[in-house]
Ligand binder design. Structure first.
Ligand code: EPU
Length: 433
């Protein structure tokens, strides 16, 4: 298992480029299941979750071709043959987003068998809303031996009102509805840019969709979809992580290749903290030279403050003047990073869904443990301002969603290194006998 060693204290200066959005790429790859023609996706990030999704598609019988050289971020998918419409436990347990294949598989093949994901480090995360929605579209669902099985000769359009806003739930049902017979209306949908990006791909494939990116989506089902070529939107969470890194280290950083419109809630909050920004087309420049002050933050569905930026904001809050209250409304257990930051000298008290962060405390390097993807990112941020060398263990979590983060951060001045696991020392011969 790799570790990161980070020596804090350097301001981040220069330009860092953002990769494609993991959370848009995952549903777009699943959308390739909806056609027997070829789907070409550009700007696919080179991260672990994408590798897992490739394995998932290949296990079903799809042909997945990876780009190389200058086409490194291109993935070409052909799902003409789908011999095994199944997502096994092995793959779903390593990546919950595997459940995104449920809707498209049943829509295209009339049958899907997908392992139930179970809990994860940040909360229970059930998929009941995906299941209820598919039932509304006429699928028969059975749950047995830890697997959900969905069957339908052809799905039928229906009226779905989500009890709770769900991002992958909206995406899963959107992919089911595009091949259903008749009109589907979905209300209380997620408005995340990743949902709109999936809809943009589906429209290129011939789907008839109105309202993606708003809370009501209407779909006129079609009998067949064709192949398409699509470029994935930039990763707003990766961009936001770099923005906070610049602000915390007192740097002057251009975060390029992003969409500043998708960062609105974050930049508004950071401006409240005293961070200065300028926007220029597809980049933002962050100037973190002035004093920073506290601000309260409450996570919400898009366009509110993203839960995927909560941990990183908490790292920043340890370094500003005053007390910030961070409220997590989306997931019930997403404060695992707080205790690791406390071990580095932060003053954080957790009260249920609220974290009270008293700044500004000097952080000192320690050995810390990454517990999930965004928690790992927040520990990298804390380490960038800590005194001494922090060692972050279990960085496979960060590799799930950040492409070569150590190289990107090193390129703008961070002192950071990836190290492989040390091999245990060989026992002396006498002991081995
Ligand atoms: N929920 C249910 N039932 C469902 C589905 C969701 O109760 O059937 C609940 C969840 O337990 C949670 C809330 O609804 O409390 C919102 O969950 P949502 O379904 O929106 O989350 P998700 O689709 O599983 C995506 C991202 C997450 C991101 C959340 C929230 C992908 C692949 N994942 O997850 O990204 O945190 O939306 O914005 O798009 C990450 O990238 O680190 C990450 C965790």
């Amino acid at each position: 298992m790799d570790k990161f060693v980070i020596r804090g204290g350097n301001p981040l200066v220069g330009t860092v480029r953002v990769s494609g959005a993991k959370n848009a790429a995952l549903p777009c790859m699943a959308a390739a299941l909806l056609t027997d023609e070829t789907v070409t996706l550009e700007n696919i990030p080179d991260v672990r979750d994408i590798q897992t999704e490739r394995k998932l598609l290949v296990a079903m019988g799809a042909e997945v071709e990876l780009g190389y050289g200058r086409a490194h971020h291109r993935t070409v998918i052909n799902c003409a043959k789908l011999e095994k419409p199944e997502a096994t436990y092995d793959l779903v347990k390593t990546m919950r987003a595997s459940t995104l294949v449920l809707g498209p598989l049943v829509a295209r093949t009339g049958h899907a068998r997908v392992s139930l994901p179970g809990g994860c480090a940040i909360g229970a995360r059930p998929i009941d809303l995906h299941i209820k929605g598919l039932e509304k579209l006429g699928a028969t669902i059975t749950t047995e031996h830890g697997y959900v099985e969905a069957r339908a000769d052809r799905l039928k359009g229906g009226h779905i009102v989500f009890e709770k806003i769900t991002v992958t739930g909206t995406e899963d049902l959107l992919m089911a509805a595009v091949l259903a017979d008749g009109e589907t209306v979905m209300e209380n949908c997620a408005r995340e840019p990743e949902v709109a990006d999936l809809a943009a791909l589906l429209s290129k494939m011939g789907a008839k969709i109105e309202g993606a990116g708003t809370s009501t989506i209407k779909v006129h089902g079609v009998a067949k979809l064709r192949g398409a070529r699509h470029r994935i939107i930039p990763d707003r969470i990766e961009a936001g992580t770099f923005v906070i890194a610049a602000a915390m280290t007192g740097g002057d950083l251009i975060v390029s290749g992003c969409d500043p419109k998708h960062l609105g809630a974050l930049t508004a909050k950071l401006q409240e903290c005293g961070v200065k920004f300028t926007e220029n087309g597809d980049s933002v420049r962050v100037m973190g030279d002035g004093p920073l002050r506290c601000a309260d933050v409450s996570t919400e569905e898009y366009p509110g403050f993203p839960t995927d930026m909560q941990a990183q904001f908490m790292a920043l809050a340890t370094q500003v003047d005053g007390t910030s209250v961070v409220t997590e409304n989306i997931f019930e257990n997403r404060f695992m990073h707080a205790q690791e930051m406390v071990r580095m000298g932060a003053n954080i008290r957790i009260e249920g869904r609220r974290a009270i962060v008293r700044g500004k405390t000097p952080l000192s390097a320690a050995a810390v443990l990454a517990s999930d993807l965004r928690a790992s990112a927040s520990l990298v941020l804390a380490a960038l301002v800590a005194d001494g060398e922090t060692i972050i263990d279990r960085v496979y979590h960060i590799d799930r969603g950040y492409e070569r983060i150590e190289e990107k951060l090193k390129g703008v001045g961070a002192q950071m290194r990836r190290i492989g696991e040390m091999l245990p020392r060989k026992a002396p011969l006498a002991q081995q006998a």
